[in-house]
Design a binder for this molecule. Structure first.
Ligand code: NAI
Length: 316
């Protein structure tokens, strides 16, 4: 194959101007930073969030721009999700980008975790992404103009730490889901980016106030949520607007991974080295390898590595 033929296809959303993004959890923090970046770049933005008051504030902060729509949505409400997507399409015609970003901060010792904690954590942080996909992916496929799915995972999916099991389990699921579907959707000109931020200045410590009544009777974490609210937001954490610009760049590039904090690289390498070091010290059975070849790799990783080595070549 010639060099020219091997050139990677352009990113589906290399130009976001005039395209429409549906952002869950977009009324505060990171989601609002992404909304701002997209609006600045000329995209239409539908901000969906469970907090009606924050939506009004977000809208006002965006200058009531004609390219902005807001909709109250609990991402765990599947019928509500379909209605919100209908409203987005009624307003802007088509949805091109799904930013599955709504999330709650939920932490605590595993010995205290009860079903209400697990169900809330998984329902919003993982289920919300799933509901977005099931609702909006068919709509992106139907118009055939291409699109981008961005899923908000977390660095915690890559370096799980103690006292984060419920949060980390959901974020690791989001990451795995995103890596698995990327290759499947490429032929339809739909990109997939897993977004894995480190600490960002946001309202995530206030998540406890969103805990639904149905998850209050059997919770081991609820009492500590008031404590978490007092946790100061460090000015050293990244600002949401900076993060928003990084996500926009990731969309324009169709990056598989959108990372923000290089401080995590050494810890990630150590984790993966620990995993690799745990293989049995045995020779590879090539017959077995051939029989299970489809399990042993995913071209999306080769493509990503090739894109990055090209970047390094260009920088030299
Ligand atoms: P935030 O609390 O400022 O924003 C989250 C938004 O999601 C809020 O507007 C909230 O009302 C909304 N939301 C919560 N539950 C919802 C539901 N059931 N339905 C609809 N909307 C809902 O927090 P932040 O930090 O901006 O979080 C955004 C995403 O980034 C989350 O998925 C979070 O897990 C993730 N993240 C945040 C990091 C940080 O340091 N702030 C680090 C890594 C990941």
């Amino acid at each position: 194959m010639s060099e020219a033929m091997a050139a990677p296809r352009p990113a589906p959303m290399a130009d976001v101007a005039g395209r429409t993004a549906f952002i869950t959890g977009g009324a505060n923090g990171i989601g609002l930073g992404i909304a701002r970046a997209l609006v600045r770049a000329g995209a239409n933005v539908v901000i969906a969030d469970i907090r009606a008051e924050s939506l009004a504030e977000a809208r006002a902060s965006l200058g009531d721009d004609a390219r902005v729509e807001t909709v109250v949505l609990d991402v765990t409400d599947r019928a509500g999700f379909a209605r919100a997507a209908d409203a987005a399409e009624a307003r802007f015609g088509k949805i091109h980008m799904l930013i599955g970003n709504a999330g709650i901060g939920i932490m605590g010792p595993i010995v205290d975790a009860r079903y209400d904690d697990w169900d809330w954590a998984m329902g919003v942080n993982f289920g919300g992404v799933v509901n977005g996909l099931v609702t909006i992916l068919p709509r992106i496929r139907a118009h055939g103009e291409g699109g981008q799915i961005v899923t908000t995972s977390s660095q915690s999916a890559l370096i799980p730490i103690p006292f984060s099991a419920t949060y980390t389990a959901a974020k690791a699921a989001v990451l795995g889901l995103s890596e698995a579907i990327r290759g499947e959707l490429a032929s339809e000109n739909i990109g997939v980016s897993a977004f894995l931020p480190g600490p960002v200045q946001s309202n995530i410590a206030l998540s406890g106030e969103l805990r639904p009544d149905r998850f209050k009777s059997d919770s081991g974490y609820q009492t500590r949520e008031a404590e978490l609210e007092k946790r100061p937001v460090s000015p050293l954490w990244m600002e949401a607007d900076e993060v928003g610009e990084r996500v926009l760049a990731g969309i324009r590039n169709n990056d598989l991974y959108i990372l923000t904090h290089p401080e995590f690289a050494a810890g990630m390498r150590k984790r993966f080295d620990a995993i690799l070091a745990s293989f049995p010290d045995e020779p590879i059975n090539h017959e077995r390898a051939a029989a299970i070849g489809f399990l042993l790799g995913n071209p999306v990783f080769d493509e990503e590595l090739a894109r990055h080595s090209k970047k390094e070549d260009m920088a030299r």
